[in-house]
Design a protein around this ligand. Sequence first.
Ligand code: PRP
Length: 216
Amino acid sequence: MNTYDDYLTFALGKGRLSNKTMDLLEQIGITCDEMKDPSSRKLIFTNEEHKMRFFLAKGPDVPTYVEYGAADIGVVGRDTILEENRNVCEVLDLGFGKCRMCVCGPESSAEKLLHHERIRVASKYPVIAREYFNNQKDQTVDIIKLNGSVELGPIVGLADVIVDIVETGSTLKENGLTVLEEIVPLSARMIVNPVSMQMKNERIKELVLKLKELIQ
Ligand code: PRP
Protein backbone atom coordinates (compact mmCIF):
# COMPACT_ATOMS: atom_id res chain seq x y z
CA MET A 1 0.00 0.00 0.00
CA ASN A 2 1.61 3.27 -1.10
CA THR A 3 1.14 6.45 -3.05
CA TYR A 4 2.04 4.72 -6.32
CA ASP A 5 -0.73 2.10 -6.42
CA ASP A 6 -4.10 2.40 -8.17
CA TYR A 7 -6.11 3.01 -5.05
CA LEU A 8 -6.93 6.28 -3.39
CA THR A 9 -6.31 5.54 0.27
CA PHE A 10 -7.99 7.53 3.04
CA ALA A 11 -6.94 7.70 6.68
CA LEU A 12 -9.88 8.82 8.78
CA GLY A 13 -9.90 9.90 12.41
CA LYS A 14 -11.88 7.24 14.29
CA GLY A 15 -15.37 8.13 15.54
CA ARG A 16 -17.45 11.16 14.71
CA LEU A 17 -15.02 12.44 12.07
CA SER A 18 -15.02 9.20 10.09
CA ASN A 19 -18.83 8.87 10.27
CA LYS A 20 -19.36 12.42 9.05
CA THR A 21 -16.77 11.97 6.28
CA MET A 22 -18.45 8.79 5.06
CA ASP A 23 -21.83 10.61 5.09
CA LEU A 24 -20.35 13.30 2.83
CA LEU A 25 -18.74 10.75 0.49
CA GLU A 26 -22.04 8.86 0.28
CA GLN A 27 -23.71 12.04 -0.94
CA ILE A 28 -21.30 12.16 -3.89
CA GLY A 29 -21.88 8.49 -4.68
CA ILE A 30 -19.01 6.85 -2.81
CA THR A 31 -20.23 4.26 -0.33
CA CYS A 32 -18.58 1.67 1.87
CA ASP A 33 -21.26 -0.44 3.57
CA GLU A 34 -18.68 -2.58 5.37
CA MET A 35 -17.83 0.44 7.51
CA LYS A 36 -21.35 0.80 8.84
CA ASP A 37 -21.29 -2.34 11.00
CA PRO A 38 -20.79 -0.96 14.55
CA SER A 39 -19.79 -4.36 15.94
CA SER A 40 -16.93 -4.78 13.45
CA ARG A 41 -13.34 -4.43 14.68
CA LYS A 42 -12.03 -4.25 11.14
CA LEU A 43 -9.68 -1.35 10.49
CA ILE A 44 -9.47 -1.25 6.72
CA PHE A 45 -12.25 -1.21 4.12
CA THR A 46 -12.20 -1.27 0.32
CA ASN A 47 -14.53 0.04 -2.35
CA GLU A 48 -13.44 -1.89 -5.47
CA GLU A 49 -15.80 -0.01 -7.78
CA HIS A 50 -14.17 3.35 -7.05
CA LYS A 51 -10.74 1.89 -6.27
CA MET A 52 -10.76 3.47 -2.85
CA ARG A 53 -9.54 2.25 0.50
CA PHE A 54 -10.41 3.60 3.92
CA PHE A 55 -8.74 2.98 7.21
CA LEU A 56 -9.49 4.23 10.68
CA ALA A 57 -6.76 5.66 12.87
CA LYS A 58 -6.38 7.68 16.05
CA GLY A 59 -6.75 11.36 15.13
CA PRO A 60 -3.14 12.40 15.91
CA ASP A 61 -1.83 9.52 13.75
CA VAL A 62 -3.75 10.63 10.63
CA PRO A 63 -1.23 13.33 9.55
CA THR A 64 1.58 10.81 10.12
CA TYR A 65 0.03 8.25 7.73
CA VAL A 66 -0.51 11.00 5.17
CA GLU A 67 2.99 12.50 5.44
CA TYR A 68 4.61 9.09 4.87
CA GLY A 69 2.26 8.26 1.96
CA ALA A 70 0.62 5.27 3.69
CA ALA A 71 -2.57 7.23 3.00
CA ASP A 72 -3.06 9.62 0.09
CA ILE A 73 -5.77 11.56 1.88
CA GLY A 74 -6.60 12.18 5.53
CA VAL A 75 -9.51 13.74 7.35
CA VAL A 76 -8.74 15.22 10.73
CA GLY A 77 -9.43 18.26 12.89
CA ARG A 78 -7.40 21.41 12.32
CA ASP A 79 -6.30 21.18 15.97
CA THR A 80 -4.49 17.93 15.17
CA ILE A 81 -2.97 19.34 11.97
CA LEU A 82 -1.54 22.32 13.89
CA GLU A 83 -0.33 20.18 16.78
CA GLU A 84 1.33 17.49 14.65
CA ASN A 85 2.85 19.96 12.19
CA ARG A 86 3.45 17.36 9.45
CA ASN A 87 4.43 17.86 5.83
CA VAL A 88 0.95 17.56 4.28
CA CYS A 89 -1.18 19.75 2.01
CA GLU A 90 -4.43 21.01 3.48
CA VAL A 91 -6.92 21.09 0.60
CA LEU A 92 -10.42 21.48 1.99
CA ASP A 93 -12.39 22.72 4.99
CA LEU A 94 -15.14 20.11 5.34
CA GLY A 95 -17.27 22.47 7.41
CA PHE A 96 -18.15 20.09 10.23
CA GLY A 97 -16.61 19.68 13.68
CA LYS A 98 -16.58 23.45 14.16
CA CYS A 99 -15.12 24.63 17.44
CA ARG A 100 -12.41 26.99 18.79
CA MET A 101 -9.00 26.59 20.39
CA CYS A 102 -9.00 28.88 23.40
CA VAL A 103 -7.14 29.92 26.49
CA CYS A 104 -9.55 29.23 29.34
CA GLY A 105 -9.48 29.50 33.10
CA PRO A 106 -11.07 31.17 36.08
CA GLU A 107 -11.82 34.90 35.76
CA SER A 108 -8.99 35.51 38.23
CA SER A 109 -6.44 34.41 35.62
CA ALA A 110 -7.42 37.18 33.19
CA GLU A 111 -5.16 39.64 35.05
CA LYS A 112 -2.20 37.27 34.84
CA LEU A 113 -2.64 37.07 31.08
CA LEU A 114 -2.97 40.80 30.80
CA HIS A 115 0.23 41.44 32.72
CA HIS A 116 2.18 38.70 30.91
CA GLU A 117 2.96 36.92 34.17
CA ARG A 118 4.89 33.67 34.06
CA ILE A 119 1.93 31.30 34.35
CA ARG A 120 1.40 27.56 34.11
CA VAL A 121 -0.60 26.37 31.10
CA ALA A 122 -2.07 22.85 31.00
CA SER A 123 -2.98 21.41 27.61
CA LYS A 124 -3.37 18.36 25.42
CA TYR A 125 -1.91 20.65 22.74
CA PRO A 126 1.57 21.74 23.95
CA VAL A 127 2.76 22.73 20.45
CA ILE A 128 -0.23 25.03 19.85
CA ALA A 129 0.02 26.45 23.38
CA ARG A 130 3.77 27.13 23.05
CA GLU A 131 3.40 28.69 19.62
CA TYR A 132 0.64 30.97 20.88
CA PHE A 133 2.31 32.18 24.06
CA ASN A 134 5.90 32.36 22.77
CA ASN A 135 5.37 33.65 19.26
CA GLN A 136 2.03 35.41 19.19
CA LYS A 137 1.92 36.83 22.70
CA ASP A 138 5.60 36.95 23.53
CA GLN A 139 4.78 35.68 27.03
CA THR A 140 7.03 33.19 28.85
CA VAL A 141 4.93 30.35 30.29
CA ASP A 142 5.40 26.83 31.62
CA ILE A 143 3.49 24.29 29.56
CA ILE A 144 2.19 21.16 31.28
CA LYS A 145 1.07 18.36 28.95
CA LEU A 146 -2.12 16.55 29.95
CA ASN A 147 -4.00 13.82 28.09
CA GLY A 148 -7.62 14.72 28.80
CA SER A 149 -10.07 16.30 31.25
CA VAL A 150 -7.81 19.33 30.99
CA GLU A 151 -10.39 21.52 32.75
CA LEU A 152 -9.24 19.91 35.99
CA GLY A 153 -5.92 21.75 35.72
CA PRO A 154 -6.99 25.15 37.11
CA ILE A 155 -9.56 23.61 39.47
CA VAL A 156 -7.06 21.49 41.40
CA GLY A 157 -4.28 24.08 41.25
CA LEU A 158 -2.07 22.42 38.66
CA ALA A 159 -2.23 25.33 36.23
CA ASP A 160 -3.42 28.93 35.94
CA VAL A 161 -5.06 28.43 32.54
CA ILE A 162 -5.65 25.74 29.95
CA VAL A 163 -5.39 25.73 26.17
CA ASP A 164 -8.22 23.56 24.95
CA ILE A 165 -11.04 23.04 22.49
CA VAL A 166 -14.32 24.81 23.21
CA GLU A 167 -17.36 23.63 21.33
CA THR A 168 -20.60 24.38 23.21
CA GLY A 169 -18.81 25.84 26.24
CA SER A 170 -20.77 23.62 28.64
CA THR A 171 -17.70 21.80 30.07
CA LEU A 172 -16.20 25.16 30.99
CA LYS A 173 -19.45 26.47 32.46
CA GLU A 174 -20.07 23.39 34.57
CA ASN A 175 -16.59 23.73 36.02
CA GLY A 176 -16.64 27.45 36.75
CA LEU A 177 -14.22 28.35 33.95
CA THR A 178 -14.49 30.76 31.08
CA VAL A 179 -12.90 31.61 27.70
CA LEU A 180 -10.18 34.20 28.31
CA GLU A 181 -8.62 34.40 24.84
CA GLU A 182 -9.41 32.85 21.48
CA ILE A 183 -6.48 31.32 19.61
CA VAL A 184 -7.89 29.89 16.39
CA PRO A 185 -11.16 28.58 14.87
CA LEU A 186 -11.19 24.84 14.11
CA SER A 187 -13.05 22.38 11.89
CA ALA A 188 -12.46 19.11 10.05
CA ARG A 189 -10.00 19.39 7.18
CA MET A 190 -8.96 17.21 4.27
CA ILE A 191 -5.20 16.78 3.94
CA VAL A 192 -3.20 15.22 1.10
CA ASN A 193 0.25 13.67 0.77
CA PRO A 194 2.43 16.01 -1.35
CA VAL A 195 3.53 13.18 -3.72
CA SER A 196 -0.06 11.93 -4.16
CA MET A 197 -1.00 15.50 -4.95
CA GLN A 198 1.21 15.20 -8.08
CA MET A 199 0.78 11.50 -8.92
CA LYS A 200 -3.00 11.28 -8.38
CA ASN A 201 -3.79 14.89 -9.17
CA GLU A 202 -6.79 14.30 -11.45
CA ARG A 203 -8.62 12.00 -9.05
CA ILE A 204 -7.94 14.17 -6.03
CA LYS A 205 -8.94 17.36 -7.86
CA GLU A 206 -12.21 15.77 -8.99
CA LEU A 207 -12.99 14.55 -5.48
CA VAL A 208 -12.26 17.92 -3.88
CA LEU A 209 -14.36 19.71 -6.50
CA LYS A 210 -17.37 17.43 -5.88
CA LEU A 211 -17.08 17.83 -2.13
CA LYS A 212 -16.75 21.61 -2.48
CA GLU A 213 -19.92 21.77 -4.58
CA LEU A 214 -21.73 19.71 -1.97
CA ILE A 215 -20.59 21.74 1.01
CA GLN A 216 -21.03 25.26 -0.40
C1 PRP B 1 -13.23 18.17 24.56
C2 PRP B 1 -12.43 19.35 25.06
C3 PRP B 1 -13.32 19.92 26.14
C4 PRP B 1 -14.71 19.62 25.63
C5 PRP B 1 -15.29 20.88 25.03
O1 PRP B 1 -12.98 17.12 25.40
O2 PRP B 1 -11.16 18.96 25.52
O3 PRP B 1 -13.09 19.26 27.37
O4 PRP B 1 -14.59 18.61 24.63
O5 PRP B 1 -16.62 20.69 24.58
P1 PRP B 1 -17.80 21.65 25.06
O6 PRP B 1 -17.34 23.06 24.87
O7 PRP B 1 -18.93 21.30 24.11
O8 PRP B 1 -18.14 21.33 26.48
P2 PRP B 1 -13.31 15.62 25.02
O9 PRP B 1 -14.78 15.36 25.16
O10 PRP B 1 -12.75 15.31 23.68
O11 PRP B 1 -12.57 14.76 26.16
P3 PRP B 1 -11.19 14.96 26.90
O12 PRP B 1 -11.45 15.90 28.02
O13 PRP B 1 -10.83 13.60 27.38
O14 PRP B 1 -10.20 15.50 25.91
